[in-house]
Design a protein around this ligand. Structure first.
Ligand SMILES: [Zn+2]
Length: 202
């Protein structure tokens, strides 16, 4: 097999142990792709792939709502828009396990609960670091903010390119997909919706 390092030594170095059956699955995929899993350059690939996937999908191990549990209720009566835009993210599509690379804009109209601005990005990453479809990712981020901050409105717009479209199948590089979810004021009031979309750059 690949290296002389034992699983115990690897664990001691802080690396996640990778069970044999997981490595075997990656070897099978390498073979299926047309390569030889026993050639030198690929010997450690099964372990690397397995660990990379643990990282790509680390969102499964968390509840993104925890990032919204610490709120500031003393915001001096601030009730105007809070907007975080151009938040880059990585995800993987559940149909091909291929990369989805994009950016998100997240806005809400607080009532009396405001969170630190980085928390909105953490909610996004918590859902993005799972196997996803873009529509569900958009909805999950919006719902999470809606339920936990109880704001007057939430707007989430996600723009992403899907490798399963750009690198295979129809092969259309540069194509971006845009999804949005509007709730509360942004859903009901066209003027608010236009305003938030224009601030987001749409
Ligand atoms: Zn796909």
């Amino acid at each position: 097999m690949s290296s002389q390092i034992t699983p115990e030594e690897e664990e001691a170095r802080g690396k996640v142990p990778v069970p044999d059956h997981v490595q075997d699955a990656v070897r099978t995929l390498l073979e299926w792709s047309g390569d030889d899993p026993d050639r030198e350059g690929l010997l450690d690939t099964p372990k690397r792939v397995a660990r990379a996937w643990k990282e790509y999908c680390e969102g499964y191990a968390e509840d993104p709502a925890v990032h919204l549990s610490r709120v500031f209720e003393e915001v001096g009566g601030y009730e105007e828009l809070v907007l975080l835009k151009d938040i880059p993210f990585h995800s993987h599509c559940e149909h091909h396990m291929a990369p989805i690379i994009g950016k998100a804009a997240i806005a809400y109209l607080p009532t009396n609960r405001v969170v630190g601005i980085s928390k909105l990005a953490r909610v996004l990453h918590g859902y993005a670091r799972r196997l996803q479809v873009q529509e569900r990712l958009t909805a999950e981020v919006a719902d999470c903010i809606w339920e936990n901050l109880e704001p007057r409105g939430v707007a989430v717009v996600i723009e992403a390119s899907h490798s399963c479209m750009t690198a295979r199948g129809v092969r259309t590089p540069g194509v971006g997909m845009v999804t949005s979810r509007m709730m509360g004021t942004f859903l009901e009031d066209q003027r608010s919706r236009k305003e938030v979309l224009s601030l987001m750059g749409y």
